[in-house]
Design a protein around this ligand. Structure first.
Ligand code: NCD
Length: 304
């Protein structure tokens, strides 16, 4: 993939990521490094954190931001995804930040743009069930801030791995930095093929919680659940709600355990409300704050 896109964590080397984090720490927004650059956001799915933080990141660095609403665009008159991108480019847009419901849609757009010798930079803000690289990067940045080194750290990802692009991107990226990953959730939401990603799978959450340094919760993707993969929300939370009581039973105390969630949280379904705001264990607000910083870094690295 062309180096000026951010599409998949599979494309990222440890050096690239370390260079990005160095830039995040050095960046001086007051210098407005993206002055005179036009950036468009094109979100075909709902988003609060990702869209707002990309738009704030771009405008804080001095870019002109065009926030597009696909429902009001000529896509509804038959314009193709490629036409839309080429039109935006002709209007002077240098980069499009895209969220799309289809896994792989952004790769296909990147390939078509390459054939058309386009200079557009594409940033994947989440494609279907596949990848969410900026989320994985901000999660990694937050973990390095909290734990310093990830080498040998035990990270448990709990929940709907099947539908989660956050899980796929995090598995790829955190492994590159030496973390050991275990997945826990119902077998219908973590099919056996996940073991091919080089992770451990333990469907028994009470066992899986032991001796972990970090738990990353995933939102139960109710909008993508069409096949009766869980019996009911109540049944799901009986098996997989991460609660204070469950953690204490499994490991006696919270200790230095860190809890993360990309948001939005379904409180009481995957994570107990008291843990969302837990002053010592929860990194959830830190993730949101770092999201803005890391996305500033991503834009500066790809566009300056
Ligand atoms: C995630 C997403 O949309 O993939 N949220 C986010 O970007 N903060 C996770 C989710 O919606 O479950």
């Amino acid at each position: 993939m062309a180096p000026n896109h951010l599409i998949s964590c599979q494309d990222l080397s440890v050096e690239w990521v370390e260079d990005l984090f160095g830039l995040v720490d050095r960046l001086r927004p007051e210098d407005k490094p993206l002055k005179d650059i036009k950036i468009a956001t094109l979100f075909y799915e709902d988003s609060t954190r990702t869209r707002v933080s990309f738009e704030l990141a771009a405008s804080t660095l001095g870019a002109e931001v065009v926030s597009l609403n696909p429902r009001l665009m000529s896509l509804n008159k038959g314009e193709s995804f490629l036409d839309t991108a080429r039109t935006l480019e002709a209007l002077g847009v240098k980069s499009i930040i895209i969220r799309h419901p289809d896994s792989g849609a952004i790769d296909r757009l990147a390939e078509s743009l390459e054939k058309a010798a386009s200079g557009l930079t594409l940033i994947n803000a989440g494609d279907g069930m596949r990848e969410h690289p900026s989320q994985a990067l901000l999660d990694l940045y937050t973990l390095k801030e909290a734990l310093d080194d990830l080498q040998g750290k035990q990270i448990l990802i709990v929940g709907d791995c099947l539908h989660s692009r956050v899980a796929k991107s995090n598995i790829d990226l955190l492994k590159k930095f030496g973390a050991q990953i275990t997945l826990s959730g119902p077998p219908t939401l973590i099919p056996y093929c996940f073991e091919r990603f080089g992770v451990n799978v333990n469907h028994n959450l009470d066992q899986a919680l032991r001796e972990k340094d970090v738990i990353i919760l995933l939102r139960l993707q109710q909008e993508r659940q069409h096949k009766g993969l869980i019996a009911s929300l109540r049944d799901y939370s009986r098996g997989y709600l991460v609660s204070h009581e469950r953690i204490i039973k499994a490991r006696l105390d919270l200790g230095d355990l860190k809890i993360m969630h990309p948001g939005p949280v379904n409180p009481g379904v995957e994570l107990e409300s008291s843990l969302v705001d837990h002053p010592k264990a929860s990194l959830i607000l830190r993730q949101v704050k770092n999201g803005l910083k890391v996305r500033m870094g991503i834009l500066a690295k790809l566009l300056c």
